[in-house]
Design a protein around this ligand. Structure first.
Ligand code: NAP
Length: 289
């Protein structure tokens, strides 16, 4: 039997990643000759792991914390947008060369437009958080023509740095950094049409909201990119206050679908993948309740 093409996710520590289930479901549905597995790679083992992957002729791999930024100088080719954003989440081995790209922003935007039926063009958005995910989300809102993108973060200096970086990288002056808990952020949310949480507040077992529920009004589209749990405290509050909501599973699936297409040349069957991931998340929640 011919050997299967190897696909991987690398990170450290890897925790309980949904990526193998996502990609192996797609591979199984399409009957493709690949297998996707998780490999814990510590920060000081990254260069050695890449050389091993080159010799083993892996087809490609996903990159997660803490390697998204540090992997860039180790790659042979990095596409322009990934270079500008300074972080890669997907690598393809093409003719012996590692090619890095970032599919997080594309994944978020596809989820927002397809699942959320929301077009950000010409509309104001507020992004909560200034980490790696915020970078991709804020950039893609701007690339999609958002009129303004407020970046509100607990550590203001990080929001300022991100706003500066993005303004320079994209040549747009639409980014405004604010402290997360400021009245100015409450005002910005009131004037915006879309609010996106990219902080880790509200992750499994954390009952907190990143901003007070009273700041959420019914006209808003409220997105949370956290997907454990699917209904975060923020989304629960937003729903109760009459706002539209979008969970983080769509972003996870669509960033994966974009990577899958680059590795295999096939479209991921996203409907069945979503069903399997929802079942797995429901099982996890039942085990922990
Ligand atoms: P990161 O780079 O570590 O950034 C974390 C962000 O959360 C920072 O802005 C941090 O603020 C903020 N934060 C953490 N604790 C906080 C608190 N107690 N109060 C207020 N703000 C707090 O992480 P990341 O890679 O951007 O990921 C962020 C979240 O997005 C994670 O939950 C991750 O699972 C999720 N995510 C989802 C997808 C998806 O496909 N759905 C993709 C990527 C990430 P400071 O700067 O002040 O520390």
């Amino acid at each position: 039997m011919p050997s299967l093409g190897r696909l991987l996710i690398i990170g450290y520590p890897l925790g309980h990643t949904l990526s193998p289930l996502m990609h192996n479901t797609a591979i199984g549905e399409l009957g493709l000759p690949y297998h996707y597995e998780a490999e814990a790679v510590p920060p000081d083992g990254l260069a050695e792991a890449l050389e091993r992957f080159r010799v083993d002729e892996v087809v490609g791999f996903s990159v997660t914390i803490p390697h998204k930024e540090t992997i860039l100088p180790l790659l042979d080719v990095v596409d322009e947008e990934t270079e500008r954003l300074g972080a890669a989440n997907t690598v393809v081995l093409a003719e012996g060369r590692f090619v890095g790209t970032n599919t997080d922003g594309v994944g978020f935007l596809r989820s927002l437009t397809e699942d959320g039926s929301y077009d950000p063009e010409g509309r104001a958005a507020v992004v909560l958080g200034a980490g790696g995910a915020a970078r991709a989300v804020a950039a893609h809102l701007a690339l999609a023509g958002a009129s303004s993108v407020v970046i509100a973060n607990r550590t203001l200096s990080r929001a300022e740095r991100l706003a500066d970086d993005l303004a320079r990288a994209l040549g747009r002056q639409c980014f405004l950094p604010l402290p997360l808990e400021a009245t100015a952020t409450a005002d910005a949310i009131q004037q915006a049409e879309c609010l996106i949480n990219t902080t880790s507040v509200g992750m499994a077992g954390d009952p907190r909201l990143p901003v007070p529920a009273a700041w959420i009004e019914p006209h808003l589209m409220v997105c949370d990119i956290v997907y454990r749990p699917l209904e975060t405290p923020l989304l629960e509050a937003a729903r109760a206050r009459g706002a539209s909501t979008l969970d983080g599973l769509g972003m996870l699936i669509y960033q994966g679908a974009e990577a899958f297409r680059r590795w295999t040349g096939h479209e991921m069957p996203v409907g069945i993948v979503r069903m399997r991931l929802e079942e797995a998340l429901a099982r996890e929640e039942a085990e922990h309740s």
